[in-house]
Design a protein around this ligand. Sequence first.
Ligand SMILES: NC(=O)C1=CN([C@@H]2O[C@H](COP(=O)(O)OP(=O)(O)OC[C@H]3O[C@@H](n4cnc5c(N)ncnc54)[C@H](OP(=O)(O)O)[C@@H]3O)[C@@H](O)[C@H]2O)[C@@H](O)CC1
Ligand SMILES: [K+]
Length: 457
Amino acid sequence: MIPISGMPVLTAAQMRAAEDSAIAAGTSVGALMQRAGHGIADAVLRLAGPHEILILCGPGNNGGDGYVAAARLLAAGRKVRVAAAADPRSDAARVARNGWGGAVEPLATARAAPVVVDALFGTGLSRALDAGAAAALARLVAQATLSIAVDLPSGIATDTGALLGDVPAVDVTLALGAVKPAHLLQPGATRCGAVRVVPIGVETASAAHVLAAPALATPAPDSHKFTRGMVAVMKGRMAGASHLAATAAMHAGAGYVALLGPTIPGAPHALVRRRLDDAALDDARIGAVVVGPGLGRDDEARALLGRALATAHPLVIDGDALHLVTPPQLAARTAPMILTPHAGEFAALFGAPSGSKLDAARAAAQASVAVVVFKGADTVIAAPDGRATLASAGSAWLSTAGTGDVLAGAIAAMLAGGRAPFDAAGAGVWLHAEAARRAGPAFIADDLAAHMAGIFA
Ligand SMILES: NC(=O)C1=CN([C@@H]2O[C@H](COP(=O)(O)OP(=O)(O)OC[C@H]3O[C@@H](n4cnc5c(N)ncnc54)[C@H](OP(=O)(O)O)[C@@H]3O)[C@@H](O)[C@H]2O)[C@@H](O)CC1
Ligand SMILES: [K+]
């Protein structure tokens, strides 16, 4: 069982292609199924303790994995039962079923067990479970004290995370060979519980990965404020939002942060407040400009956005600016841009997303030639070249005012600190999520900014 941080993310078709390559290179489907089943059994042995295990097996290879796991658990001396609604329909699954040899209870009337393993459907799910199977699954998961899904909880679309019906949440999902989009995209991700990868010896490569912790270096002894990066934040109509972004940039390690706009002195005193004039905005030391938090959507806001777009600085475009900016304006720029839309802002700028959130983020990044951070409980970061990272679900307490401003500031600090835009976006998202984790419940956005500083310790 391997933690998923940094692991490649493969769609169902990519996973099938990876398995086909392994098969073409001489590994049989049966051998892959043995590896999968044994990996599942070993994980169940570690997680389940001495309790009775009920394995639910479907008609395809996901079910085949279940039969192999059941045989192995029985051989290991565990009390294990199997339930199924239909006979195996693939050759490999039939062989696995014969390898089990024991009784198979009808799924609909299967007696509950403390540990339930869902091996009904995996990447081959093509439609919602029929009502009887769905009801049995829900009942058995509800009555178990530990529920484990093989590859995916049955009923979730592999590539989108969509629920094809009511899908009960399990405690642990054992992803076979690689992480799939549904392990990270909502609403599927919340049904998966803790996700771990069980390797099956298949070479998996992908342009998409699970977001991993960035390397956060302590400043070198000879560094100074400008080598650590200078961030400028355009002050908007709602000054609090730009202030939050600026504070976050400071706590995320920027060496110098300037808030550009009408100046009112106040804390924090480390924040430099400058009048917005050409000299301030043209400062060649600026490594990133944040525009959008609290900007407003009136003509004045539009003019401020225009000034930011006219600079040669890398930009973080957030909040209101995402409602004002137009695709031709984005196309006219050559300096790097990071766009940080939530669902509403995404739709305003790019139209209603189509396909999975991963597909939508990639298409938007390609169209805008910008890094797109498509925010939410399942943040996806996409680069114009097709690379993408998917963040694991963060703290549900992030759904509070001002957290987006903090994220924009954190990303700007990473960008000004010298990271490439795609990496800066990932580092900012990670830092933001980690700060939320440390902040605990019911934090306010100001706390979040302060918690980022502690992460560098
Ligand atoms: N490929 C490999 O090399 C390896 C794959 N591995 C494992 O295999 C899994 C993928 O296997 P899979 O392709 O057989 O798909 P799976 O999810 O078991 O089900 C498909 C079957 O169910 C049927 N069906 C679909 N939806 C249905 C529904 N709602 N209600 C009823 N029936 C439904 C569908 O028939 P259909 O009617 O759609 O034609 C078909 O018969 C993967 O997740 C991993 O666990 C590992 O062993 C390693 C080696
Ligand atoms: K499953």
